[in-house]
Ligand binder design. Structure first.
Ligand SMILES: Nc1nc(=O)c2c([nH]1)NC[C@@H]1CN(c3ccc(C(=O)N[C@@H](CCC(=O)O)C(=O)O)cc3)C=[N+]21
Length: 283
């Protein structure tokens, strides 16, 4: 079975849109998401365009601030400080990656944690690891929703996560652990990787290498979640970290690329923005 991220994202966005209508009635305005895009990277431009479209679709006010790649770190931090102080702004997202002369950690830390819709702020990260209320990072949150919607049991299962990034591998491992999976974090230095991954009931792949996971690495009946967004070196088309065609018959459920984790990530961003807005208004 294919888990359609496109379909689940549509459902989640419809749910957010319904809640936005209610919230607007109650609080007199819609949530406002501000996305900052620095530079002209084509992939970033296309993602940011998608976020703008989603924001409009769910009934938010959406603003995209575009700045040239040579903006100084100081200018960017000043802009964020202004948005933090602006009561009509509920969510701030700075599209990553940033140009090399700008310190990403510093920028993320500058965003008010209450407006950190990505869930990247160190205060949100700390809360996640301490099981305190927090804004969850969008991709890990979306992955858990996809497993739940597909009816995949997590409790007591063996989950293997390949990749250990701050934005996907680490937090999704923690969320799976919180759901009582037995979690293995695998990576580029893992010995006998195929042996490790074949034992997984749930295999989450987030390493950023086109079609890295081959059929021999997938156990019979596994749930396979492909977080990759790569360009196929030959065709230039979007492809995942999993060789989908080779693995789909071994997996019980699998997510495609495109149309899998990506759209759910975006839908979760909308949900996070609504939640930041509600938390503020309910105070
Ligand atoms: N501050 C920040 N937050 C992010 O969440 C963030 C970021 N920076 N920088 C880049 C990565 C990447 N990312 C994607 C989200 C959706 C799709 C997505 O929807 N992909 C579609 C296809 C889109 C296409 O055709 O290009 C799909 O998989 O079906 C892809 C990639 C969010 N990121």
């Amino acid at each position: 079975m294919i888990i359609s991220g496109t379909q689940l994202a549509k459902e989640l966005k419809q749910d957010v849109a319904r809640r936005v209508v209610e919230a607007k009635e109650k609080y007199g305005r819609a949530p406002h998401l501000v996305v900052i895009l620095v530079g002209e990277d084509p992939a970033s431009q296309s993602y940011v365009k998608g976020k703008g479209k989603d924001a409009e679709e769910v009934g938010f006010k959406g603003t995209t601030i575009r700045r040239p790649a040579d903006i100084t770190e100081e200018e960017l931090l000043a802009m964020i400080a202004e948005l933090n102080a602006d009561d009509t702004v509920d969510g701030v997202l700075v599209q990553l990656p940033l140009p090399k002369h700008i310190d990403e950690d510093k920028v993320i830390e500058a965003i008010a944690k209450e407006k950190d819709v990505d869930g990247f702020h160190p205060a949100n990260v700390a809360s996640l690891w301490q099981k305190l209320p927090c804004t969850l990072p969008c991709t890990p949150k979306g992955i858990i929703k996809m497993l739940d919607k597909a009816g995949v049991e997590i409790e007591g299962k063996k989950a293997v996560v390949i990749g250990r990034s701050n934005i996907v591998g680490l937090p999704v491992s923690k969320l799976l652990l919180d759901r009582n999976a037995t979690v293995t974090m695998a990576h580029s230095r893992t010995k006998n990787l195929a042996e490790v991954t074949s034992a997984a009931d749930i295999l989450v792949v987030a390493i950023g290498r086109p079609r890295f996971v081959t059929a021999d690495m997938v156990g019979e009946g596994a749930a396979v979640i492909d977080v990759g967004v790569n360009r196929d070196p030959e065709t230039g088309k979007l492809c995942g970290d999993v060789d989908y065609e080779a693995c789909k018959d071994k997996a019980s459920v699998i997510t495609p690329v495109p149309g899998g984790v990506g759209p759910m990530t975006r839908a979760c961003l909308m949900e996070n923005t609504l939640e930041c807005f509600l938390r503020k208004m309910e105070k």
